[in-house]
Design a protein around this ligand. Sequence first.
Ligand SMILES: NC(=O)c1ccc[n+]([C@@H]2O[C@H](COP(=O)([O-])OP(=O)(O)OC[C@H]3O[C@@H](n4cnc5c(N)ncnc54)[C@H](O)[C@@H]3O)[C@@H](O)[C@H]2O)c1
Length: 249
Amino acid sequence: MKFQDKTVVITGSANGIGRGLAEAYALSGARVIISDVHEEQGNLAASILKEQGLNAVFVPCDVRKEEDIKRLMNQAVQYAGTIDILINNAGVSRWKSPYELTVEDWDDVINTNARSCFLATREAAVHMKKAGNGGAVVNMSSTRSIMSEPNSEAYAASKGAIVALSHAMAVSLGPDGIRVNCISPGWIETGNYDELRSADHKQHPAGRVGIPADIAKACFYLTDPDNDFVTGAHLVVDGGMTRKMIYEP
Ligand SMILES: NC(=O)c1ccc[n+]([C@@H]2O[C@H](COP(=O)([O-])OP(=O)(O)OC[C@H]3O[C@@H](n4cnc5c(N)ncnc54)[C@H](O)[C@@H]3O)[C@@H](O)[C@H]2O)c1
């Protein structure tokens, strides 16, 4: 119960990796603030945890909106008294040729993925600083911050921005005892794992595709109060895929 009575805010946690993180932290004793733009799915995720006797509540938030983010952090503090941990996980992708990608597409992806990390960290940090107990922030980047497939410009740029933003905020917020780190997940399967092909697993040096629990373990490491020497780090969790040299046959 490493995170007993810690308050953890997780954006985009109605589904996928975020939902897995919410469950993992709740099972470790944390008070979890599940937040998402999808209210029905967010309420469902929180109620499933509550039925297990775990401490979770849903607060709606569209991370593209500054006022929503401010309200989320205020409500988290009203509910739990403090914010100890923030996981900026909400994200969208858009695969479009750079010839087709519009300014609206670009702004939506950048604002959802990257600007939200800045705004949410800033707003959570105000509360963390006031409480005087420090805090830990994890931003969810992607291995696409360091390598690419075609037609991923907005997503790749947003994830690269998250890596840079994380070390900048680690330096700025260090004096307030707030650590900021980021994770670049590789292929983390959030759908039906059983439907993956053997080739999907075998292409990974680790021998398998990832699951949300792999990212939860990385978040646990980065947000563990004992690991207070770790800040500004970029942790790649990808089964070794970005370390594999590929020559076309
Ligand atoms: N799954 C992977 O393989 C993988 C790999 C690298 C990085 N990531 C990153 O991990 C994070 C989670 O990915 P996932 O695969 O679980 O995605 P997902 O689509 O399953 O979940 C993303 C969640 O974010 C929410 N969301 C979207 N826009 C939002 C907004 N404006 N405000 C609030 N919430 C919003 C969605 O409703 C959803 O619940 C993302 O940042 C993604 O870029 C995922």
